[in-house]
Design a protein around this ligand. Structure first.
Ligand code: SF4
Length: 492
């Protein structure tokens, strides 16, 4: 609960008081993450055999706490899923901690010449602050049970390292978080929602919160409205899309974290949503007042639209999808350069290089920097000469950057799905996305069922076609601005 509270106060509140029937079922991707987490936990636990587990019925914390104390008093080496309990400052609330492991350490405690230190096992690669605060909490509750603070609390992360927590540094932060948590969770008021895709996408209350946000036209649905900016907007009584749309960017620009470009973008964003229309961005430095130039969206006889699928947890790039569009003949050909296993990654990379070298004068359109970064990474992995990679990357054009630089759209996110859908493009498979593609690839590896591969190829091809669709829409949108430029320069 403490972990979720740090990410979203509302999540912790709904987990206690919300109606469970309103929770979303777990996605395949979430199930995969849970399974990965269980596998990682089992792997780490192998290093701590034999392990003692306090016997108690689920939910009977008092019995669990007693069984844990008995094991600690016996001085067993390792306790898995110990139950540690202490009173909180609020009479009817107890603090309960269940670290993954307690390990015996030298030192003095109420048990004798030994103490225990907690270890939490996390799938993450980095010791994120919210993990560290929870690990500090385990040490805090443990200190009340054994009468002495452990020297450290630890995180066992994915890289196999045991990360020691600086308890002295984090204890004040923990106290502050616990005090707020107690206060918020005892209030009758549900904390206000704030949709932030980075933290909401895997939350089981997303459908519930998103429905509410849509009904309210909540400002957090506007790209660029971060929690910090939202707070400033609220302080200035700007709490609806309509009010923001009528606000002058000059009024917002001096606020901390805003500035002129952000202020203009936010007001345009609200106006675009109110009127359901695209608004060109302005660039006072440019002679046509518009930030995009024809060179940003080059047109060629043959153009390539490129999208990669990867499994970052396996460090594997398993698909280079390339749509080849011939503007003269109108022909569109999709190439799926697929690695059916880890062993085929090199061959798929070579096939990709052969394909793009077959069209040396063609621009390669992609969406976001990931494709360019991955090409650079694969070049290093397989010893492709830097010169070849530099030449290839000089032909890359990031459509996402062109969209965000050039236009404000009435959408909630500048992800490819949102942009292309608003521009009229539809994916054949509604539920397909990058995370689902990773699940399909794992399912293919486990079962050998090619229908999973077919689903990945269909999704990847649609992403390439969506990139093409966005490029065409953007070029049409920019045309009147470029016309002015051509007319001023006497060009056709
Ligand atoms: S969906 Fe988002 S706002 Fe709602 S509870 Fe989950 S994290 Fe919080």
């Amino acid at each position: 609960m403490l972990f979720h509270y740090q990410r979203c106060h509302r999540r912790a509140f709904l987990d206690i008081y919300g109606d469970p029937s309103q929770q979303d079922p777990p996605s395949d991707y979430l199930l995969k993450l849970r399974q990965d987490s269980t596998d990682h936990r089992h792997e780490v636990l192998q290093d701590f055999q034999p392990i003692h587990r306090p016997p108690f019925n689920p939910g009977d914390w008092a019995a669990g706490a007693k069984a844990t104390r008995d094991l600690m008093a016996q001085g067993v080496e390792t306790i898995h899923r110990a139950v540690l309990v202490m009173p909180s400052p609020v009479a009817e609330v107890q603090f309960v901690s269940q670290p993954d492991l307690l390990i015996k350490q030298p030192g003095w405690s109420c048990w004798g010449d030994w103490t225990y230190a907690p270890i939490d096992i996390k799938l993450g690669k980095k010791p994120k602050l919210d993990y560290q605060v929870v690990a500090t909490y385990h040490a805090y509750v443990l200190s009340r049970v054994q009468g002495v603070w452990p020297e450290h609390s630890y995180l066992a992360l994915r890289d196999g390292q045991r990360y020691p927590i600086d308890l002295g540094r984090l204890v004040l932060k923990l106290q502050d978080t616990l005090n707020h948590c107690l206060q918020d969770l005892r209030s009758p008021q549900t904390p206000e929602l704030f949709i932030s895709h980075s933290r909401c996408d895997l939350c089981h209350w997303f459908g519930h919160c998103y429905g509410e946000a849509k009904a309210q036209r909540h400002l957090s649905l506007l790209p660029g409205v971060t929690p910090a900016r939202y707070e400033f907007l609220r302080q200035h009584h700007i709490t609806t899309v309509a009010t923001l749309a009528q606000t002058s960017p000059a009024y917002l620009a001096p606020l901390p974290g805003f500035g002129e470009p952000v202020a203009e973008k936010l007001v345009h964003q609200a106006q675009a949503l109110m009127d359901n229309r695209a608004i060109p961005r302005t660039d006072s430095q440019s002679p046509h007042g518009f930030p995009l130039w024809p060179e940003d969206l080059p047109e060629a006889e043959i153009e390539l639209f490129f999208d990669i699928e990867s499994a970052p947890d396996q460090n594997l790039i398993y698909l280079h999808g390339v749509l080849v569009v011939n503007r003269l003949t109108g022909e569109e050909t999709f190439h799926a350069l697929l690695a059916e296993s880890h062993a085929e990654e090199r061959r798929a990379w070579k096939d990709f290089l052969d394909l793009v070298h077959a069209y040396p004068d063609s621009p390669v359109y992609h969406f976001c920097p990931y494709e360019a970064q991955t090409v650079r990474k694969l070049g290093q992995r397989y010893g492709t000469h830097n010169r070849h990679i530099d030449t290839l990357l000089s032909r890359f054009f990031d459509i996402h950057k062109c969209v965000t630089d050039g236009v404000t759209l009435p959408i909630e996110s500048y992800a490819l799905k949102h942009i292309a859908r608003w521009m009229g493009f539809d994916w054949r498979d509604e539920g397909a996305n990058g995370a689902q593609s990773i699940c399909w690839y794992n399912a293919w590896a486990e079962t050998g069922d090619r229908t999973y591969l077919d689903a990945i190829l269909r999704y990847n091809e649609d992403d390439c076609r969506a990139t093409y669709h966005v490029r065409e829409w953007l070029a049409n949108f920019a045309e009147p601005h470029w016309e002015r430029l051509y007319t001023a320069n006497g060009a056709p």
